[in-house]
Design a protein around this ligand. Sequence first.
Ligand code: ADP
Length: 368
Amino acid sequence: MKKLPVVSRITIITIGMLVHIFLASMVNTVWQDRHVLNHFAYVPLVLAAVWFGKKAVWLALVPGMVPLVLAALGVGHEPLWNDAIRGTFYVAVTFIAGVISDRSRGLRSMARQTKQHLMVAEAKHQELSDMAKEQAAMLAHSSRLAEMGEMAAAMAHELNQPLTGIRNYAGNALYMLEENAGSIDEIKENLELVNQQVDRAAKIIAQMRSLARRAEIDLEPVQINSIIRETLEFLDSQMRLAGVEVVKNLDESLPLVQGDRIRLWQVFMNVAVNARQAMENCENRQLTVTTRYEPDHELPVVIIFKDTGPGFDSGEKLFEPFFTTKAPGKGTGLGLSISHAILHEHQGRIEASNDGGAVFTIRLPHQE
Ligand code: ADP
């Protein structure tokens, strides 16, 4: 509600007081009537108490004193004690109304302050949560860079393969042309193989570049199976070098998921690389990646990474940032906590269990 300016308030109270004094003087003194028009004084007095608090008591002295002055001048109509009691009532009522008004003003200002504090706290909370998001994105970025470092050697090997292939197939084709040794179909076949190897190398480079880019989360309909295939293809030589057999059990009826390709790729990479590292000292090294659709579950898209490693002891700690059991310099302890955060961003989740090795189960909602 709009507040009345102080000048308007004083004007209203003054008019009220003048009306009261005029009426009271006319009725009681001039017309010698016993009408109780004196009560009209409470209107400006209570208004003044509401607006100005206890200070309005001074105003109550005005209508309280007027009859006494009139009585002193010998024009009073009521007995003197009557005027004195009336004046006392004016002062008492104004005082009580003033106290109540001051209290309620205090309460109102407390409520206002509390509201302001709440607003400040809310703004602070928003700021902190923005900062936390920013930090999480930076952390994910640095973990990707760390993964890139670890993969650099594997990548050199990975790129070496298509390059060797290209040299061989191109050499074959050249030889056939120079020596007139092969049919057109054979030459064509070799050139097609060169093409395939170039595509493969380009794909590897593109993956590394997108991994290095610091991207905002970019949700789009994605096929989980295809991201898993890309991840496993990327890790193919790494897994072969480590003697890990990779088994794929991919459900082709898996629906699309609203997801960020690069980030999901980062999660699968991390879980698969962890499995490879966990099985380093094992005889039997197998990583089984299963996808399946569970339509009755609230998060129906399921991805399972199961290895034949030693499993883990402290399941609840795995997803904590900086928890690692790897030798210094080998693990950052961030991979799983970042994967957890990424899946949270996707309204999904990741859980770990032991079942003859470690099992990481990822669940995601399907696209609406
Ligand atoms: P880092 O790999 O850098 O240690 P992670 O957050 O990816 O960080 O993993 C945290 C820890 O979880 C690992 O140090 C390891 O103890 C445990 N862990 C992860 N994956 C496996 C697995 N497949 N088998 C056994 N332990 C695992």
